[in-house]
Ligand binder design. Structure first.
Ligand code: B12
Length: 481
């Protein structure tokens, strides 16, 4: 543990805080050049909305700046020119966040850690920080800074002590739009009533669905239209239609703004015809839907019992009939599934004509039920947080070897994004220009990645050939690769 030595501030002096987004381990895995190619040479994919929100709740008499290490040419160098540094971290950023925090503390700058990972593991984070803020910055950061000014900050501030602090409007003026592909994410809700065992959201932000004032949302969008000329928006929500009544109000009022938008959403939205119609009228182009698996027993096992796998196809077709395209996300590696189930998942995604598919490997993020379960069972292979990125196997799968699972993931991406699969899913008409571009970007990125390494692209048939039974279902096989 490194102690911070800077004396408490003198009264009346203007305070300075630097908010920092550490470099993410993921970008070193997915190869920065590929990301640049895919993002039209923007430096970053997504602007750090978390820090723009933090900046909005810093007391007005403080000077505030945001530094995003992901868009710098080299690593950020800690400098003692601020009083406080606030660092946010998802799990993939935790290791780098801790290193920067240690450097700042060595210089005597007070360090506040926040975001999803420190919220899930506050004691771990406290070894690198003076203060840890758990959950929303709105309910924690202003209190932490006020106590710091009085010279007596507490080690932990929890948003549950102030659960009704309103969701703030982010300070986007502190960032440069040209640096990011997605500069105008807008968040409308927090928390999630579902309790999926793989998801961090209910653990960190609670199971009560918290809604932002609709006027604030509309004002943020209107300002972005005017200042940045934005017409297409991304709602950075877990589930924009998690509450159908509220979503109906929101979509009804969005209609007047004449924007187009996409968001994450659960599949149950397709059970409500009236809501779907209003949603489409409000400018919805597409939804990112967590489907996880086409197997009912897997959904039940993962705590996603609210969704019914046998209705997936019909509900997806209904969304398509409303001209809403779907990015489906599936998780590979559940205890109920082996590599053949991974293959069947991809076949399902192709049959459903999904515009895009994501196939992350099951990752037991700290705080989730799966993390506790795998730890209890001695199945965690590592707690190197850099590897908690959805592209590495960090636990011992029940029905396949770790290498089989990783290979199945690569085969899944390859087969789903192959030109033949793309044409079949997207069809020639009506022309889905953006979906074609996005599919081609993934395909190009994959082909480039494998050819540079002199490796052929992975196929599920390789797993068939390597299986000891020649492809019939065997129990607990660890053989391959
Ligand atoms: C948009 C998004 C992305 C964007 C990028 C986001 C970004 N800024 O870099 C993209 C699409 C690139 C992405 C990718 C990934 N994502 Co993502 N993503 C999201 C999503 C949907 C919204 C994030 C967001 O903008 N939230 C809005 C802001 C305002 O909320 P916030 O970040 O939590 O910040 C608040 C508090 O946490 C706190 N806070 C945050 N930072 C700080 C700092 C300080 C000092 C303080 C005091 C407070 C504080 O205050 C903020 C305001 O209240 C979330 C879901 C969610 N509900 O958060 C998942 C989520 C963050 N993603 C997740 C995951 C797993 C990933 C991937 C690993 C997925 C994958 N397999 O590829 C990658 C990793 C990317 C990487 N950089 O390494 C998980 C994180 C789990 C974890 N333990 O880390 C989440 C929570 C999804 C989930 N439900 O499990 N993601």
């Amino acid at each position: 543990m490194i102690a911070s030595t800077k004396p408490p501030p003198r009264m009346g002096q203007r305070r300075r805080i630097r908010l920092l987004n550490p470099r993410s381990a993921l970008s070193t895995i997915t190869v920065p050049e590929t990301i640049r190619k895919m993002t039209l040479r923007r430096r970053g994919l997504f602007m750090p909305l978390n820090l723009a929100v933090c900046a909005a709740v810093v007391p007005p008499d403080w000077e505030v700046e945001i530094v995003d290490e992901n868009i710098l040419d080299g690593p950020h160098q800690a400098r003692p020119d601020v009083d406080v540094v606030g660092i946010g971290a998802m799990t993939t950023q935790a290791r780098r966040a801790y290193r920067i925090a240690d450097e700042y503390r060595r210089l005597g700058v007070t360090v506040i850690l926040g975001g999803i990972h420190p919220s899930a593991l506050p004691q771990e984070a406290l070894a690198h920080a003076d203060v840890v803020c758990r959950g929303d910055a709105e309910g924690t950061l202003p209190r932490a800074l006020a106590d710091w000014e009085r010279g007596s900050p507490r080690p932990i501030y929890d948003w549950n002590e102030q659960p009704d602090a309103p969701i703030a409007t982010p300070r986007k003026d502190l960032l440069r739009p040209a640096d990011y592909l997605i500069f105008n994410p807008v968040q409308t809700t927090r928390g999630c009533p579902h309790g999926c065992k793989f998801c961090t959201t209910p653990v960190v932000f609670g199971r009560r669905f918290r809604r932002r004032a609709i006027d604030d949302i509309l004002n943020e969008i209107a300002a972005a239209k005017e200042i940045y000329n934005s017409r297409v928006f991304l709602f950075s929500d877990d589930d924009i239609a998690g509450n159908h009544g509220w979503a109906m109000d929101l979509f009804g009022r969005l209609r007047g703004l004449k924007i187009r938008w996409a968001s994450m959403c659960d599949i149950l939205v397709a059970t409500n015809d009236r809501l779907l119609a209003v949603m489409r009228d409000s400018g919805c182009l597409g939804l990112f839907v967590g489907l996880e698996s086409p197997r009912a027993d897997t959904l039940k096992h993962s705590g996603k019992g609210y969704a019914r796998a046998d209705r997936y196809l019909a509900l997806i077709r209904k969304l398509h009939a409303h001209r809403i395209s779907i990015w489906g996300s599936f998780i590979l590696g559940f205890d109920t599934e082996d590599w053949r189930d991974c293959m069947n998942t991809i076949r399902f995604a192709q049959r459903a004509d999904l515009a895009m598919g994501l196939f992350p490997i099951l990752t037991p993020y700290p705080g989730t039920a799966f993390f506790e379960e795998f730890r209890r069972q001695g199945r965690l292979l590592t707690t190197d947080w850099d590897r908690y990125n959805g592209g590495s196997v960090v636990f011992q799968p029940r029905r396949m070897a770790p290498q089989q699972l990783r290979y199945a993931q690569l085969a899944a991406f390859h087969e789903f994004y192959s030109p033949r699969s793309m044409l079949k899913r997207l069809k020639a008409w009506p022309l889905k220009k953006y979906s074609y571009l996005a599919n081609l970007a993934v395909w190009r990125g994959m082909s480039w990645y494998f050819s540079r390494r002199g490796r052929r692209l992975p196929h599920f048939s390789d797993l068939h050939a390597a299986a000891p039974d020649g492809g019939r279902r065997e129990k607990g096989s660890g053989a391959l690769l």
